[in-house]
Design a protein around this ligand. Structure first.
Ligand code: NAG
Ligand code: NAG
Ligand code: NAG
Ligand code: NAG
Ligand code: NAG
Ligand code: NAG
Ligand code: NAG
Ligand code: NAG
Length: 912
């Protein structure tokens, strides 16, 4: 007579308690779905149960349908918590590290949602994870079935998470969750590197059809009864079956007091199948529990597995609990066929008191670095984050916390990006001070706390984060100085630091007395424009050049007074208002500017001469408003220059002016709003609350558009205009990621009759043409140089200058790394290898020619545009769906250029 073990899921009632009770110390018993903050002691087991608040924040409470809520049904199964939202929801259990535990999750669907949603043809399927690793699949095919999942594990940390993971359309749910500490010596095959998942735990031939658990089993293991099998009968005793001192399993007496024996044969057989076990790996460990219940017998038998003798001539000890068990996985088999055959001189048939089968749980995923976990949990607790932040932050990869990015290159995953704090993505604002725990996320590269409601000062310790590349504090209510360490790194180009919109935050090292003071200092930090920088380490030489340049400059237009400039400009503007082509440009009053910006409510950033605010025109069009209300002469001059240039030029790839305001000291320039920010943000794969999908085709399209903007300045404008501050921070992206050149504050018009203009050296470190720097002779080729640097940034996503590297400048770095002929070594990994290699090489080649030391070796922007289009054509066939569009747009844009040139109205500022 054979029997098998898979039809055991029907509800069975509990044996009633009568004995004196062992301790429940250390038990955690959660009845999911009961009212918040309630508790009760179970009538049958005497175990105290609590509600699940305090263990989980998410999910909704439910009660099973009344037709399934039989009075004999365990109370824990009558309610449940379901998780319609989030791909993974986790219970957090507090545990003692290195302690062995049993954890059990119970599930009864009971049509709680009224949908009768479980059937054999349409089962409810979802996964359970213990910590970062797969535990089991819950497969519910009947509303009345009770499904239990159990695992024996050794705690690695002070918290263990039990997670329900969505795998299909089914909404995960759970009825009860129970944690039981075990003696560390039992179940020795469950250890720190191997958890054991329960397949079967059977009490054979009990006298009643009740399941046995606590208090009969001090560890509250659940022993399912198997009764009334054909061909065998039960023997039992009322005497206690004892455990040995060093018992491996401590099977309870109540289970061992009954055993199955064959009626009429000398063989006891049973089997289970791997297929249908619900486990993915065919690895099993079995425990066969025996105790002789009859006095003065001579029982002996051999144990066979799949026809092979597994254990010879075994005699169970009288009233002692014993076991034959695997110490290594059983030989894999589709059907595990067991036979106990009487051996030798045995006068009695074989017996079996109980059976357990386990399968190992594999550690396929590594938990996140424990310091990172502690830090991020502190952050979660401090800000009371109630989002889907449960279980391990980074692992498994597909269930990492929302908005968080991790690197998986090292032994354990590390948190590298906390974009999740960005306000647009988070349900509620973070309030209070900046947590010092952020400074313990030592692998973090991007820390975005923008647009929350953070107060207090910026902690110094943030300056110690070794990998920090972006720190975005914009739009908070922070106060005090920004730590010098952060400012220094920002100035060195190692850190993108954003802090606009914090009224009382100042960038000066120590004092923050007056607002005006703060503003002007901030400006210097936010726009690292320099007048002279040291690329040549000969200081005296530099000073000489500086003096030389200043002299030549002072002969030029530098001494024109601000007032004169303004008058000139207002004449100019009047002239232009008669011009039908410039009707777009509107003059605004200061009151209108206040209304447009809602009293300068939202700061977008800092430009060359002042703050840039967000605003709305009457028709709802979004605009950016650059202001200059304080009459600092330098800023005013830049402002006037920008107005002049923008009034006379108009091109699809140049940021266009919507209007301006000149009223007393109030100067404001209203221009189109570029919602996607700067190319700098885009290249670093980082933009406030927005993540981009990168493609090389898109990069090229942006490069072509920016190049066309510059080409127009050089060739379409009369006289030609040299931008002088071409950098990724001055290329803005529209909603559709169309690139436009911005910030003409430093631009210089070149007189028609002069090819080279001499002037003070201005620009941004890393982008500055070395020839211009040395000669002070300005030409269009200086912009070409800067554009070459931008192309290298697009290829590598690296900043132009990396202080502390052997080759600090990007041209040298890329050059050196390309020496072995491998373009992959330099390309931005975010492109994930998705690009045409020839296209990439071509762009690298253009970039190197643009950055030639000698300006006459550099191509013109017209050449650059043409060659970039060829590169795009090489990239195109790779992905026709997207990139052919780019090409079409690029062509259209170049047609535009010609149109714009024809429309251009000649104007020369020096003529007036
Ligand atoms: C159970 O609830 C009572 C109040 O209803 C409370 O005093 C007690 O501490 C709770 N017990 C547990 C274990 O939470
Ligand atoms: C699930 O999300 C929806 C909308 O996203 C929300 O209205 C609902 O309250 C959420 N439910 C739970 C249980 O969190
Ligand atoms: C779920 O259980 C049913 C019935 O036991 C079985 O037919 C089906 O294959 C199982 N599904 C999965 C995915 O394990
Ligand atoms: C855990 O048990 C397995 C199987 O018995 C064994 O291979 C492994 O070495 C054990 N690990 C430890 C840490 O003892
Ligand atoms: C055990 O005790 C019950 C009564 O308490 C008795 O009916 C039964 O026969 C006893 N069983 C054995 C095997 O002695
Ligand atoms: C047991 O075996 C005897 C003789 O071999 C037979 O008469 C009897 O029917 C068998 N009983 C059962 C339950 O198989
Ligand atoms: C920001 O925090 C302050 C004080 O904690 C509070 O008064 C204010 O309402 C908060 N603002 C927002 C937008 O949450
Ligand atoms: C910023 O904080 C100050 C007090 O510290 C408060 O008066 C002000 O309303 C806050 N601003 C915002 C936008 O929450």
């Amino acid at each position: 007579m054979a029997f098998w073990f898979f039809l055991l899921l029907a509800i069975v009632s509990l044996s009633k308690v009568h004995a004196q009770l062992p301790t429940t110390d250390g038990f955690v018993s959660i009845d999911c779905g009961i009212s918040s903050n309630t508790n009760y002691t179970d009538e049958n087991t005497n175990i105290p149960y609590v509600s699940d608040d305090g263990f989980i924040d998410t999910g909704t409470d439910h009660t099973i349908a009344s037709n399934y809520a039989d009075s004999s049904l365990e109370k824990q199964l009558q309610t449940l918590r379901s998780f319609p939202n989030g791909s993974r929801n986790c219970y957090a259990l507090t545990v003692t590290p290195e302690q062995k535990y049993l954890v059990r999750a119970s599930f009864m669907y009971g049509s709680y949602d009224g949908l009768n949603g479980a059937s054999p043809s349409n089962p409810l399927l979802f996964d359970l994870h213990l910590g970062v690793n797969f535990w089991t699949t819950v497969n519910i095919t009947k509303a009345s079935d009770v499904h239990r999942a159990e695992v024996i594990f050794v705690a690695a940390a002070d918290s263990a998470s039990v997670c329900l993971a969505k795998t299909g359309s089914a909404t995960p749910f759970i009825s009860a969750l129970e944690l039981r500490p075990l003696k560390n010596t039992i179940y020795s095959y469950a250890n720190a590197t191997q958890n054991m998942v329960l397949l079967l735990r059977i009490n054979l031939a009990p006298t009643t059809n009740n399941l046995l658990r606590y208090p009969f089993d001090r560890y509250d293991r659940i022993w399912l009864p198997l009764v009334d099998q054909v061909g065998w009968t039960s023997i039992s005793t009322n005497l206690t079956v004892n455990n040995y001192a060093k018992d491996q399993f401590e099977a309870p007496s109540a289970v061992m007091q009954t055993a199955a024996v064959p009626v009429n044969s000398s063989t006891l057989q049973f089997y289970w199948d791997f297929v249908g076990s619900g486990f993915p790996d065919n690895e099993f460990y079995a425990n066969l529990h025996f105790s002789e219940l009859l006095p003065n017998t001579s029982r002996a038998f051999d144990v066979y597995l799949s026809g092979e003798k597994w254990y010879a001539n075994y005699t169970p000890p009288y009233l002692m609990s014993d076991a034959i068990y695997s110490t290594a996985p059983l030989t894999p088999s589709l059907r595990y066929n067991w036979a106990l055959n009487s051996s030798g001189l045995s006068t009695l048939p074989p017996i079996l008191n109980a059976l357990e089968v386990y399968t190992p749980m594999f550690f396929k995923n590594t938990p996140t670095d424990s310091d990172d976990v502690d830090a991020i949990i502190n952050v979660r607790v401090q800000y009371q984050v109630k989002r889907n932040w449960m279980g391990d932050p980074c692992s498994p990869k597909e269930y990492a916390w929302d908005g968080l990015k991790c690197s998986y290159d090292l032994n354990s995953p590390r948190i590298t990006d906390t974009k999740m704090f960005c306000r647009n993505l988070s349900a509620s604002a973070l309030t209070g001070p900046i947590s010092s725990s952020f400074a313990k996320l030592t692998a973090i590269k991007y820390l975005d706390l923008s647009y929350n409601n953070l107060t207090g000062s910026v902690p110094d310790v943030l300056g110690n984060l070794p990998s920090l590349q972006v720190l975005n504090l914009a739009g908070n209510n922070l106060t005090g100085p920004i730590p010098a360490s952060l400012l220094k790194r920002s100035q060195q180009g190692l850190l993108i630091l954003r802090f606009e919109g914090n009224q009382n935050l100042c960038a000066s090292g120590n004092s923050c007395e007056t607002k005006t003071d703060t503003e002007s200092k901030k400006k210097k930090i936010a726009t690292p424009i320099i007048v002279i920088i040291c690329l040549v380490p000969v200081v005296l030489f530099l000073v000489a050049i500086f003096i030389f340049c200043r002299r030549r400059k002072s002969k030029g237009s530098a001494n024109i007074s601000v007032q004169a400039e303004k008058e000139r400009l207002s004449n100019l503007v009047k002239g232009h208002q008669d011009n039908p082509l410039q009707l777009d440009n509107r003059q605004f009053t200061y009151t209108e500017v206040l209304r447009i910006t809602n009293n300068f409510e939202r700061t977008l950033g800092k430009g060359g001469f002042g703050t840039v605010y967000h605003g709305y025109l009457e028709d709802g069009t979004q605009v950016a408003v650059k202001t200059r209300s304080e009459s600092s002469s330098q800023g005013t001059k830049e402002f006037l220059a920008e107005v002049q240039h923008l009034i006379r030029i108009h091109h699809r790839n140049l940021v266009s002016m919507v209007g301006y305001c000149m009223e007393g000291d109030h100067l404001a320039l209203v221009y189109e709003y570029m919602s996607q920010g700067t190319l700098l943000d885009y290249i670093r794969g980082y933009e406030l609350c927005i993540s981009f999908v990168f493609s090389w085709g898109k990069h090229l399209q942006i490069a072509i558009e920016a190049a066309q903007g510059l080409e127009y300045l050089h060739k379409g404008c009369k006289p030609p205009l040299i931008h002088r501050d071409v950098k990724t921070a001055n290329i803005l992206l529209s909603e559709q990621l169309e690139a436009k050149i911005a910030d003409f504050g430093l631009s210089k018009a070149i007189q028609n009759d002069v090819t080279n203009v001499s002037t003070a050296v201005v620009g941004t470190p890393g982008y500055l043409d070395p020839e211009y720097y040395i000669s002070c002779q300005l030409s269009e080729k200086s912009d070409v140089y800067s554009f070459g640097v931008i192309l290298l940034e697009l290829i590598t996503a690296e900043p132009p200058i990396l202080i502390g590297r052997q080759n600090a400048h990007i041209v040298q770095r890329v050059h050196d790394r390309l020496a072995n002929g491998n373009i992959e070594d330099v390309v931005d990994s975010k492109l994930q290898g998705e690009y045409d290699v020839n296209s990439m090489w071509k762009v690298a080649d253009i970039a190197f020619r643009c950055t030639s030391q000698a300006s006459h070796q550099r191509p013109t922007m017209t050449d650059v545009v043409a060659e970039l289009k060829e590169s795009l054509a090489l990239e195109c066939p790779r992905d026709t769906t997207n990139n052919s569009n780019f090409y079409a747009e690029a062509n259209e844009a170049s047609q535009n250029t010609t149109i714009e040139i024809e429309r251009f109205v000649e104007f020369s500022p020096s003529a007036r």
